[in-house]
Design a protein around this ligand. Structure first.
Ligand code: ADP
Length: 398
């Protein structure tokens, strides 16, 4: 079966077509600037790149363009859209309702809409993507895969915040966690890679990309994660602040006479790597500047290294030890130095790095020393394959 994976943003629609016979990607594409001047669609399939600049007023039009590109006589990998057996949609917030992926029906769409207050930027876009695909492929089964679902196994001691309990009961204020699909994939893959049973391991997964989160997976279940009610909590990220003293908000807002929306905008869009370094939100730029001796870039690096290290220490404590530590996503997969610096000082946990093996980027490699009690792995993440597998398994069950 061929499965289409869709990740809809507010003005974009990313897609991938996967042949489940061999789990190979047949086509990848992106419709961008939807509803904005200069919208275009880019697709790569069978080594052929296809770019179409055309007005796309909304996600329905973008979905039509996507199908046209996929079935294009010259560059399209499909003869007919009926070859698409199912569509898997990435959805940000499943709240407490969704602990696993589900077939999309009216009720599921309503539940995604109900979670809009929890994911105000992503859920409306995800929903638009679903509705658009339903409109252009009304007979194709669709599945929703939630970023939060994997973390739903967390116990209350990990997900309840230290505010009056009524905020949890009344407003569903709690830790949800994100990047669940990635944490799930790399942790399961780590066990497979090591030839061990998933349920026997204590795993810490470090997803370090533009957005970053760390998760503790104890004997097959997620027991804690660094992102919270929203993706703002945790370590410093490209432009997000990560965790901070909440009283800082009032202090800055009063002093600079800004409102809460402006404040949150600063915490989401101009903080983290960008805000501290004053250089860029991209780790490569920070690394280059630090190599040239830029002091703020060096501090930025150190804050990130220490931040990740602290979560590893905390999660090892929560699980009573750790067997496997995984690094993934843009920074985790491509940052040999970051991995060394994060792991420096964690020898007391039984983790010892092999500096030579660690000189690797974007490959599945055990980068720990032969005599390390903790295996430290680099595992490139593959969220699309998880979405595709969940989709296949749900639609073939029905
Ligand atoms: P997203 O969260 O948007 O999926 P990615 O996982 O692609 O992001 O991660 C983006 C981050 O990865 C950026 O900070 C980028 O600098 C970093 N990155 C990508 N390639 C490299 C590299 N070769 N060396 C260091 N950092 C890298």
């Amino acid at each position: 079966m061929k499965i289409l994976i869709v990740n809809a943003g507010s003005s974009s629609l990313k897609y991938q077509l996967i042949d489940m016979e061999d789990e190979q990607t047949i086509a990848k594409g992106l419709a961008e600037r939807i509803g904005i001047e200069g919208s275009k669609l880019t697709q790569t399939a069978n080594g052929k790149k296809f770019v179409a600049e055309a007005a796309m007023a909304d996600h329905v039009e973008a979905s039509k363009f996507m199908l046209r590109a996929l079935t294009d006589k010259e560059v399209g990998p499909l003869k007919d859209m009926s070859e698409i057996g199912a569509v898997g949609h990435r959805v940000l917030h499943g709240g407490e309702r969704f602990t696993a992926s589900v077939i999309i029906d009216e009720e599921v769409m309503d539940a995604i809409a109900e979670n809009i207050p929890l994911g105000p930027l992503h859920n409306p876009a995800n929903l638009m993507g679903i509705k658009a695909c339903k409109q252009v492929m009304p007979d194709t089964p669709m599945v929703a895969v939630f970023d939060t679902a994997f973390h739903q196994t967390m116990p209350p001691k990990a997900f309840i915040y230290g505010v009056p309990f009524e905020y949890y009961e009344r407003l569903r204020v709690r830790r949800y966690g994100f990047h669940g699909t990635s944490h799930r994939y790399v942790s399961a893959r780590a066990a497979e890679f090591l030839g061990r049973r998933y349920e026997d391991l204590r795993i810490i997964t470090c997803h370090l990309g533009n957005g970053s989160s760390i998760a503790a997976i104890d004997h097959g279940k997620c027991v804690d994660t660094s992102m919270g009610l929203t993706p703002l909590e945790g370590v410093i990220m490209g432009t997000r602040s990560g965790v901070l003293d909440p009283a800082i908000l009032q202090y800055i807002m009063n002093n600079d006479n800004i409102d809460i929306d402006q404040m949150l905008d600063i915490l989401n869009k101009s903080s983290g790597l960008l805000g501290i370094s004053g250089i860029s939100s991209d780790m490569r730029d920070i690394d280059n500047a630090a190599a040239e001796g830029n002091k703020r870039a060096i501090i930025t690096q150190e804050i990130l290294y220490t931040g990740v290290k602290k979560y590893i220490g905390a999660y090892a404590a929560v699980m009573g030890g750790v067997d496997v530590i995984v690094f993934t996503a843009g920074i985790g997969e491509n940052g040999p130095r970051l991995r060394l610096k994060v792991m420096e000082g964690l020898e007391f946990l039984g983790a010892k790095m092999d500096e030579q093996k660690n000189e690797v980027r974007g490959k599945e490699v055990d980068v720990s020393a032969d005599d390390s009690a903790v295996r430290v792995l680099v595992i490139p993440t593959n969220e699309e394959i998880v979405i595709a597998r969940d989709t296949l398994s749900l639609v073939t069950q029905h």
